[in-house]
Design a protein around this ligand. Structure first.
Ligand SMILES: NC(=O)c1ccc[n+]([C@@H]2O[C@H](COP(=O)([O-])OP(=O)(O)OC[C@H]3O[C@@H](n4cnc5c(N)ncnc54)[C@H](O)[C@@H]3O)[C@@H](O)[C@H]2O)c1
Length: 253
């Protein structure tokens, strides 16, 4: 049992929870009592995480989901209702990140732009549309969108999609607020996951870290506290906010 059980009796969907930061979010929510829907494109990875949560005494189900496909997101929401009775929380964490192609905006194949945006931008819209009705029926809920400090760095399509997520966060915060659904975002700085190690050149990471007040990478566990805070009733008057969890990498002061 976790230190507190803020999500006892509640249902949380975490997309891209088959590894990395999403896995940590899913496990942290389960430790605080939530039944977790592991909505993951990689079915085997999702099954592993759901099984580990259950072995730890938590509740979880893996639902193979492609967040870029509307039918798939509707199927995910239906599975959440069939298995756990509905949805209270959504974490839009999934994105093309580990193994992503690296191109400039002038040189990227436009087919990759379309594919990338359909996941990293539109996916959060589709998942939100799929679950908000259930949240509203249950008296309200909360959503966290996983952004990145890359949103403010002018680093091409990865950052552009994250900046779009901020607009999506604000728009849904306004539209869903009257249903008592809060919508916020987290902007993590460089975080130590397998995806970061395999995708981002070490010299780029070292350059970023050198300029940061807390000059080390963050860990998924250090993001989970902020994610669970934004989902929880502790943040019940916080909506439309982007919370940096980044060792001071980007200061908006
Ligand atoms: N690691 C970092 O330094 C860092 C920093 C800031 C933000 N982020 C963001 O945090 C999130 C997780 O990062 P990570 O390091 O764990 O990355 P990761 O690549 O390990 O995890 C992403 C997960 O999303 C899944 N996924 C990809 N496309 C999907 C789709 N269409 N439908 C469903 N699932 C899909 C992948 O299979 C994978 O399990 C991403 O949104 C990333 O952009 C990461």
């Amino acid at each position: 049992m976790g230190e507190s059980m803020r999500f006892e009796g509640k249902v949380a969907v975490v997309t891209g929870a088959g590894r990395g930061i999403g896995e940590e979010y899913a496990k942290a929510l389960a430790r605080e009592g939530a039944a977790v829907v592991v909505a993951e494109l990689d079915a085997d990875a999702g099954e592993r995480v759901a099984k580990e949560i259950e072995q730890d005494g938590g509740k979880a189900v893996a639902v193979a989901t492609d967040i870029a496909n509307e039918d798939s997101t509707l199927g995910m929401a239906k599975a959440a209702s069939d298995v756990f009775g509905g949805v209270d929380y959504l974490v839009n964490n999934a994105a093309i990140y580990g193994g992503m192609e690296l191109h400039g905006l002038t040189t990227m194949p436009m087919s990759y732009w379309e594919k990338f945006m359909s996941v990293n931008m539109t996916g959060a819209v589709l998942c939100t549309r799929a679950v908000f009705g259930s949240m509203a029926e249950r008296g309200g809920g909360a959503i966290v969108n996983q952004s990145s400090t890359a949103a403010w760095m002018g680093v091409g399509y990865y950052g552009i999609a994250k900046l779009a997520l901020h607009g999506i966060t604000g728009s849904f915060a306004r539209e869903l607020g009257p249903m008592n659904i809060r919508v916020n975002a987290i902007a993590p700085g460089p975080t130590d996951t397998e995806a970061t190690r395999s995708t981002v050149d070490d010299s780029i990471i070292q350059g970023l870290l050198a300029s940061m007040p807390l000059n080390r990478m963050g860990t998924p566990a250090e993001l989970a506290g902020a994610c669970l805070f934004l989902l929880s009733d502790d943040a019940r008057w916080v909506t439309g906010h982007v919370l940096n969890v980044d060792g001071g990498q980007v200061m908006r002061v």
